[in-house]
Design a protein around this ligand. Structure first.
Ligand code: NAG
Ligand code: NAG
Length: 255
C-alpha cells in the first residue's frame, strides 16, 4: 500500500508544479546570459514615465523569471522629480512626487543592466555624482539602457562615445551636442548597439523595453506579447519607425 500512495502523492505534487514550471523562463543557451539584476538611476528631476514605463514591463517579466531591482540615488533620501532651478517651475507648482532609493551610487550593487532616465534632469548643471557612477559601473554591465533624454546624461559621462544612439526628437538640438563623439541615429524609435540600447522620447521606452524582453529572454516574444496585451499597448516592432517625430522636429536623417 505504501508504494502506490507515495507514487500518487508524487504525481499529484508534480501536477501541481507543472503549470508553474511551464511558465518559468529558462536561461538562454549561454549560461547566465539573461539579465537578472536591474538598476534605475534616479537623478533629481528625472521623468516619471522614463522610469516607470520600463519598470512596469520588467515587473511583469519578474513574475515569469527571477529579477532583482535596485533604485539608485546619491543618498537614500527621497529623490524629487522637481526641477532644481525655480526658472524651470515658473508657476511654483507642487506637483512633484519623490522616490526612495534602495541603494546609493557608493553602494555600487552588482548590476547586469543600468537604466538611465531623462527629463529635466538631462539639462541639470549638477550631474557630477551621476556621471562618475555611470563611468564606474559601465564596464561591469551587460547592458546600459537610456530612455528619452537619458541619452544626454549617458553621453555626458562619455560612455556613449563611438556608439550608435538616439534620443528624444523634440530635444535633439539640445541633447546631441552633449555627445559630440556619439553616432546619433535618426529616424529611430530605439537603437540597439551591442551593450548600449537607447530610446527616443518617453513612450519609446515602452517599445525599447519590449524589444529588449523579446531579444534577451527565453520565450521573450510570448511574454512581451502577453504583457503588451494586458497593458493594451501596440508594440512597435520596427526600431526605425519613429512615428514621424524626426520629421516633425526637423531632425536630420543620419546614421
Ligand atoms: C511563454 O509565455 C507565455 C506568456 O507569458 C506563457 O503563457 C507560456 O506558458 C510560456 N511558455 C513557456 C514554455 O514558458
Ligand atoms: C511657492 O509655493 C510654496 C507652497 O507650495 C509657498 O510656500 C511659497 O511661498 C511659494 N513661492 C512663491 C515665490 O510664490
Amino acid at each position: 500500500m505504501m508504494l502506490p500512495t507515495l507514487a500518487s502523492t508524487l504525481l499529484f505534487s508534480l501536477s501541481l508544479l507543472a503549470p508553474v514550471m511551464g511558465g518559468v523562463v529558462t536561461q538562454k543557451s549561454e549560461s547566465n546570459s539573461c539579465p537578472v539584476r536591474y538598476g534605475f538611476l534616479l537623478p533629481r528631476a528625472f521623468d516619471v514615465m522614463d522610469v516607470f514605463a520600463p519598470l512596469d514591463i520588467l515587473q511583469a517579466l519578474s513574475r515569469q523569471t527571477h529579477l532583482e531591482l535596485a533604485m539608485l540615488g546619491r543618498t537614500r533620501e527621497p529623490v524629487s522629480t522637481a526641477p532644481v532651478s525655480a526658472a524651470m517651475n515658473r508657476f511654483n507648482s507642487s506637483f512633484f512626487p519623490t522616490i526612495v532609493p534602495t541603494h546609493t551610487y557608493d553602494d555600487d550593487p552588482p548590476l547586469d543592466v543600468l537604466i538611465v532616465p531623462g527629463g529635466a534632469a538631462a539639462r541639470s548643471p549638477d550631474l557630477g555624482p551621476e556621471l562618475v557612477y555611470i563611468r564606474r559601473v559601465f564596464p561591469k554591465l551587460q547592458y546600459l539602457i537610456t530612455i528619452c533624454t537619458g541619452a544626454g546624461i549617458a553621453a555626458q559621462s562619455g560612455v556613449l562615445d563611438g556608439h550608435r544612439a538616439t534620443t528624444n526628437k523634440a530635444a535633439w538640438s539640445t541633447i546631441t551636442p552633449m555627445g559630440p563623439n556619439v553616432k546619433w541615429v535618426s529616424p529611430a524609435r530605439w537603437v540597439e548597439d551591442g551593450k548600449v540600447w537607447t530610446s527616443s522620447g518617453v513612450t519609446a521606452g515602452l517599445d525599447l523595453t519590449f524589444a529588449f524582453v523579446r531579444a534577451k529572454y527565453e520565450n521573450g516574444t510570448a511574454i512581451a506579447e502577453a504583457v503588451a496585451g494586458t497593458m493594451e499597448h501596440v508594440m512597435d516592432m520596427d526600431w526605425r519607425d519613429d512615428k514621424g517625430f524626426g520629421a516633425k522636429y526637423h531632425v536630420p536623417v543620419q546614421n
